[in-house]
Design a protein around this ligand. Structure first.
Ligand SMILES: [Zn+2]
Length: 165
């Protein structure tokens, strides 16, 4: 595991045009995928020099994707290597948020609501960053929570009119 520390936090903003299920996106990007049971797969880990499939992929009942590399690669490193983002591990709510309220009867966008939401996400991220700073290892739920934060903030951005980039 030799990783540039920055790559794991590299931001991957991309249009949310891909409406495939998270697990389909992940499996399509992986090599040597083998089903090991319902909602379970093994594949070559893209984040380290993997000779035998050591990446376990699981789809949860709510269609999130859990990634576990037995060599210890983090979920962020794995999705980076697949050119996906952590938000791709979650079913997209982007569509509902961006489609909600479109049309002639669109309600005015509530900036206060959006900023309140972003503020909550920022506190969450600070909390997790604090744990990292203390040298704690992030477990899957913390990593997944960061992905939720990323998704909620980009949802707020889309709802406000989208990114100019
Ligand atoms: Zn790995």
């Amino acid at each position: 595991m030799t990783h540039d520390k920055n790559t794991r936090f590299r931001k991957a903003y991309r249009p949310a045009a891909d409406n495939r299920a998270p697990v389909d996106k992940v499996l399509a990007a992986l090599d040597k995928v083998k089903s090991t049971g319902p909602g379970k797969w093994l594949a070559l880990c893209p984040a380290h020099d993997d000779k035998r499939p050591s990446l376990s992929v699981r789809e949860t009942e709510d269609h999130r994707v859990l990634l576990k590399c037995w060599a210890g690669c983090g979920a962020a490193e794995i999705v980076n290597a697949l050119r996906l983002s952590l938000a791709d591990l979650f079913p997209g709510d982007r569509r509902s948020l961006t489609e909600h309220g479109t049309g002639p009867l669109r309600k005015p966008f509530d900036y206060r609501d959006a900023l309140t939401g972003i503020s909550t996400e920022a506190i969450t991220v600070r909390f997790i960053a604090g744990a990292l700073a203390r040298g704690e290892t992030l477990d899957d739920s913390a990593v997944n929570r960061l992905a939720v934060a990323e998704q909620r903030i980009s949802d707020a951005l889309s709802a406000a009119g989208g990114a100019k980039c």
